[in-house]
Design a protein around this ligand. Sequence first.
Ligand code: AGP
Length: 612
Amino acid sequence: MCGIVGYIGNKNAVNITVEALKRLEYRGYDSSGVASISNDGNLLIEKKKGKIRELEQALSKQETAACHLAIAHTRWATHGEPNENNAHPHSDNAGVIALVHNGIIENYKALSERLKKNGSVFKSETDTEVLAHLIGYFYKEGVQLIEAVRSALKLVEGTYGIAVVSTREPNTIIAARKGSPLIMGIGKDEYFIASDVSAIIIHTKKVIYLQDEELVSVNFNGFDFSTLENETIQPTISEIDWDAGESEKGTFKHYMLKEIFEQSNTIENAYRGRLIEAGATARLGGLNMSMAELHKIKKIILIACGTSYHTCILGKYLVEKMARVPVQIDYASEFRYRNPIIEEDTLVFVISQSGETADTIAALREAQAKGARVMGITNGIGSTISRETDGGIYIHAGMEVGVASTKAFTSQVTILYLLGILFGRMRNLSHVDGLHYMGELKKIPEKVDRITQQSDKIREIAKKIVDSRNALFLGRDVHFPVALEGALKLKEISYIHAEGYPAAEMKHGPIALIDEEMPVVAIAMKDVLYDKVFSNLQEVKARKGRLITIASEGDDQLHKISEEVIYIPHTIHELQPLLSVIPLQLLAYHVADLRGLDVDQPRNLAKSVTVE
Ligand code: AGP
């Protein structure tokens, strides 16, 4: 998924846009570029493979102070390998316009064939260049840029967030969106276009979220919004409610480490104001459902991707234990195509940190098409999911910049725990038990801090597995999804192959992998399943597996069979995953850092996958 920025105003547009790109680099970072129009009307395009610093170095040799209009892009390749040629911006045949794009033009091949018959010669392998040529095709003398863009987009199948400039209208930026997030920022005598607020929040907190099939024409004097069908619209101006500082690293080496340490605060933010002592229940007003409507719910479906899917698995354990409401879980990418059955009185939740994951949005739309009421659990304020669902719950985790999701996982789990209380108290969860659940939740933030204080110790353990080629993560019951999450963290930032498994399942195959080379990270809390897990771990030990165990403080058995033990505070069974995941996050972080890898921007990944 790519990052887009545009600027028009009285400052140096190239500096503003390239600086803003850096705040979007986590979205995609295999190449970047900028297009600007000089005061004498020349189109200047500079693009580079690699990180944005490569682009900055190329630009440092140019005089850009006279440019007050620019668009820029950081790429996560979908069509065409990451190289300078495929980097954005792309131009039309005549070299009159420049375009940056996030999304996928699904019918680009058919369009390119038609354009080639009209003389188009393509320089790249990208779908985006085809769109640039298509706009150029309509941009005849006397046609306004916005009309050429509108005509071209009507022929496009797929998704786009775009910004377009032209030498014929050097004071105008056209932006449009369908399926890929895009906002316009309103500054003092200056305007911004961006893929998300993090790029421009240091300049302005006044933004307009473009909706699907909306276009905006912005110039030095203002802006006009219209639809693909050329109807004029009056957009809503929103005020962003968090500060730029939240997306700074501070004293931390990486955003990911900062976000791991933030979890004592972000878990508290997730439940703050939502625990109702009087009724010993949770208040989730964003669901827009009366208690009577909630009481009628007979089934819940949880749908997501990646880390957010792991919260769905955990949500199933929690809500079924606490509320006795059946919970079905689905990968969004599977749900959307398998023609799912959705019965009456079913409540669907899509869970997404970004609120922009394409597969999750498609699953949301599929569920709605089948008549379901769909709620969102997301961190993305104003995101597509937050706007298209019938209601929802913000997790209030603040900007999560590290591509590997950490604080969003624990915040999403906290929200699912609140759902367990809410639905449980409408069924057989007593007032006393409700208060107990709430009381234990409020003790979690302090316990999280006690674990993150072990970061240096966990780094020493990471040194022992830094050269491993494989790893196995084991957990039972509520710690099985935590084992999956720990494996995903390790593999996505250290590139070590890692698998998560239910501990008892190991003897049905993975045990064949165990040898003295294989680190086995296991969660073995002092709970009702402790003895079962302990015997699973003895099977690992018997085969010389290298055991790293996550144990309850005070455990005096596990050190006898483990190479390393990480002790964590005890809490009730339903909340223990909020604690057992933390050492796994830290272990993955330190292994990746010790391997000298780019922890915040791992190869091949993007923070939000807005393409299928
Ligand atoms: C998690 O560390 C990964 N970055 C990835 O699996 C992510 O969770 C997934 O792409 C879903 O993203 P979302 O929560 O924004 O929908």
